[in-house]
Unconditional design. Sequence first.
Length: 491
Amino acid sequence: MAIAAQRSGTGTAEYGIWRVIMASSVGTMIEWYDFYIFGSLAAILALKFYPPGHDTFALIAYLATFAVGFLVRPFGALFFGRIGDLVGRKYAFLVTLSLMGFSTFAIGLMPSYATAGWFSPVVLILIRVLQGLALGGEYGGAAVYVGEHVPDNKRGFYTSFIQITATLGLFVSLIVILITQNSMSKEDFAAYGWRIPFLISIVLVVISLYIRLKMKESPIFAQLKSTGMTSAQPLKDAFTKWPNLKLVLISLFGATAGQGVVWYTGQFYALFYMQTVLKVNVKTANIVVAVALLLGMPFFTVVGALSDRIGRKKLMMTGCLLAVLTYIPIYHAMERAAGNNVVTVTHTRNKVTGAISLTAMTIDASGALVPAKEAANPNLPLLVLLIFVQVLYVCLVYGPIAAYLIEAFPAKIRYTSVSLPYHIGNGVFGGLLPLIGLSSVAATGNIYAGLYYPMIVAGMTFIVGSIFLKETHHNVIWSEAGAGGPTPIGE
């Protein structure tokens, strides 16, 4: 009946594309929010969940726990991708939203190390694993669900709203943390206020679950399932048959790996660089990044719509190339904008834990190296502009990528095939960037050494993608539903 309504044009009011986008993007935004508040509160939570007296060890251990959530994302992609290709897109991302939401809520209830000892960090790692698995399944489901509802000639535009959710989730996490911090004393926030951003997410999760429960299955998948055209072994079909495996590898090294590092450099690494290396006040740095993200978010849809006209590949390769060519000048400009003349860093190693801590260094009037003070009068408009430029690079590589991945793979194994390269590119190549960046800066003393890793990966993606990536924006995925099958909403 739903298909008949769509084909006659009467289904749009009942089951319009904006309702599909809202149901998918709100849930995905909440999952990103849940995932990122963990990283945004690293400095405070490290001291809550790990042994006291070794602050640097606690921070490194906490960041490693944060990285675990990224490393397990490909496994979540495989697990939930298989479910999505066997049972359905809707069922898979209902499960992922529930798993993420209640895991995040649980962090807000967790006892600290002082209360529960080693039980606390062990359970925290387990929760982090569940979050990573959930996010590994969520994005692919949401992107495919939207992509399989919309017209072929507008897929870049409509799926770009899913692409906004990752940046929007980070933006909302920063805003909620800033509001919570400013509504109480520093001591109260450290004592119990940090729990609030975790606990309030449950309200949004319940609302999103209610919306998603009312949605129907993707029309393309429903048609394939009703005609017996789905895959009985999606993992085997996706990764043991060379034509599809080749597509997965090209998508990983020629698209998502570079996209992942550009995304994390322009948002996470920029924040880390300001706070840790340039000694910009933590709250001020959060505000700078939040403003830049707010200004940049509309450009995801601009780039998505543009990709419907000129293609996905050109835009993604342009973003990677610009990152390689301009990151060093941009970060030099950020150092000048901070205004405290940081020239290098020194590091100390804890004799007990082996953990490394950084100290930003400047040159005093006598020409001696001394620890840099907090930036007294940074040029905030210039810092916002420089991060906004990096967010534009993110828009170029990230805005079209959902549409590309959906169009590159056949419907019967689409959820599985889309999710794995995406989450290896973002979860592994991108997710490890803060840790690799910190280690590179510490090892060399060069405050720009953390940029070499994303520049190398983005350069690799530009070369591989330019040679092997095929343009997909003319692909007609609705033909897979067969003659007489459903028509996309909006047609």
